[in-house]
Design a binder for this molecule. Structure first.
Ligand code: LHQ
Length: 261
């Protein structure tokens, strides 16, 4: 079985990390397959939403630690190499994808695995899932965007607590803190993720891409800059077929039939 499973149906690309016996810890092959699936989602118009999840009892526990030779005689490892070649491009790809990405966190999300989830647009989690900024347990600091996402999502006090203590944050608490969108019963996770995905797959894809740009530019912008950006992006949205359809449907008192263009 491939270590990342990919399927496309009804406008939804489903990506499943598939190394359950290692809680989907990431190795170079998985990075390559994951990135290829996301590149495909970026270019294929029939894909209008992505769902990312994990097989088994874990979502993803970050870097595969078994791959690192840290024995006394081994040469020091330059971790910036794998961040530069794998993790940073992955997080950038997730954020810049002009289509919504739902992360269905099926179990523990640790280290870079937690932060890959946070890089997605809509995070829903099974009630038994948890998030661990595990880095400090192995002498590292949050990466894969963690030091960016956490303070912005939950504030510096909570971000520092999670990063320093590396304690498990359960899914319920993650929702209460505003780290993720929703928690659902374990058996409902995939149904719920697919229902959200289908809804988004029939939505105004182009508009979704534009709103992602605006939302993710916001933390680094002044109000003035953000207003200018909204003006420019809304111009683009206003030129879309889906805007015409949306307004027409409103006037005709019916549901819109968006084409994603
Ligand atoms: C694993 C892993 C794993 C290998 C579970 N690797 N095998 C990015 C790029 C560049 C440089 C460095 O850093 C990074 C960022 C990172 O992501 S660093 C890695 C951060 N992740 C961690 O430190 C998490 C390590 N895992 C854990 O602490 C535990 O597995 C948790 C607390 C997540 C779950 O504990 P349990 O439920 O007790 O499961 P387990 O520990 O028994 O794991 C099950 C198996 O999965 C086990 O294998 P085994 O052959 O003994 O059954 C683990 O060794 C394996 N596994 N995570 N990251």
């Amino acid at each position: 079985m491939p270590s990342v499973l990919v399927s496309v149906e009804a406008g939804v690309e489903s990506i499943t990390l598939n190394r359950p016996e290692k809680l989907n810890a990431l190795n170079p092959e998985m990075h390559q397959l994951l990135r290829a699936a996301l590149e495909r989602a970026a270019v294929e118009p029939e894909i209008r939403v992505v769902v990312l999840t994990g097989a088994g009892r874990g979502f993803c526990t970050g870097q595969d630690l078994a791959e690192r030779d840290v024995s006394a005689g081994a040469a020091p490892i330059d971790l910036s190499v794998s961040l530069g070649s794998h993790y940073n491009p992955l997080v950038r790809r997730l954020r810049a994808l002009p289509k919504p990405i739902i992360c269905a966190v099926n179990g523990v999300a640790a280290g870079a695995g937690a932060n890959i989830a946070l890089a997605c647009d809509l995070v829903i989690a099974a009630r038994s899932a948890s998030f661990i900024q595990a880095f400090s347990k192995i002498g590292l600091m949050p990466d894969a965007g963690g030091s960016y996402f956490l303070p912005r999502l939950i504030g510096t006090a909570r971000a520092m607590g999670l990063a320093l203590l590396a304690e498990k944050l359960d899914a319920e608490q993650a929702v209460q803190w505003g780290l993720i969108w929703k928690v659902v019963d374990d058996q409902q996770l995939i149904n719920e993720a697919n229902a959200l995905a289908l809804k988004l797959a029939n939505g105004p894809t182009k508009g979704y891409g534009l709103l992602k740009k605006a939302m993710y530019a916001s933390p680094g912008n002044s109000l003035d800059a953000q207003l200018d950006l909204e003006r420019d992006l809304q111009r683009e949205a206003g030129y879309s077929e889906d805007y015409r359809e949306g307004v027409t449907a409103f006037k005709e008192k019916r549901e819109p039939r968006f084409k994603g263009k």
